[in-house]
Design a protein around this ligand. Structure first.
Ligand SMILES: [Mg+2]
Length: 192
């Protein structure tokens, strides 16, 4: 469990990932997380640049799908808006839907990348499945279940600090700082 929380690649935003990057990684299909990776936390609003990014990735010949823990109706609405298939109620860190998505795409699990913002759900689900784990930075602080989410984020931060040498470097550092809706998350004292 511990080692499987270390991502293979790290990016600030999902939109920083290029088709060339994916090709170099040996990826043929991409699973994307919703909250704080492609949509605002707990909502339906899609993050700036994400629809264009999906189109670019598809046009470059990659298969793409949503792999989310959220309920089916919400995943269906977002899936329809983004025009991508979805796997809802995935129960990440369990990897069943990561494996299922790769099987449906007709590719080997080692050619499937899962992109998400959380170490102990997205990254673990990908690594345990034998897929390529790509971690992005969470877009904003969670609004729902704020206290429990803060605790989870703090655990992730502690883990990252403890295992820092094993973590890959962030592939692209220029982040969309002009997005006024982005609220950088608070860091706890442990991180200082
Ligand atoms: Mg997320």
């Amino acid at each position: 469990m511990v080692n499987s929380a270390i991502p293979k690649y790290m990016y600030n935003l999902i939109t920083d990932i290029t088709p060339e990057d994916l090709r170099k990684m040996g990826v043929r299909a991409v699973g994307i997380d919703l909250d704080n990776t492609t949509v605002y936390d707990s909502g339906l609003k899609i993050l700036s640049g994400v629809p264009e990014w999906i189109l670019k990735i598809k046009q470059a010949g990659f298969l793409i799908c949503i792999v989310t823990n959220t309920f089916t109706l919400r995943a269906a609405i977002i899936g329809k808006r983004l025009n991508v298939p979805y796997y809802a109620m995935s129960d990440k860190p369990k990897s069943k839907n990561v494996i299922k998505a790769a099987q449906k795409a007709g590719i080997d699990i080692s050619e499937f990348a899962l992109v998400g913002d959380r170490l102990f759900t997205d990254v673990v689900a990908a690594n345990e499945a034998g897929a390529i784990s790509i971690k992005t930075e969470p877009f904003q602080n969670e609004k729902l279940f704020r206290r429990s989410m803060e605790k989870k984020r703090d655990k992730e931060t502690s883990f990252m600090i403890k295992h820092r040498p094993e973590f890959p470097k962030i592939m692209h550092k220029d982040r969309d700082r002009n997005d006024k809706n982005r609220k950088p998350r608070r860091f706890t004292s442990r991180e200082n």
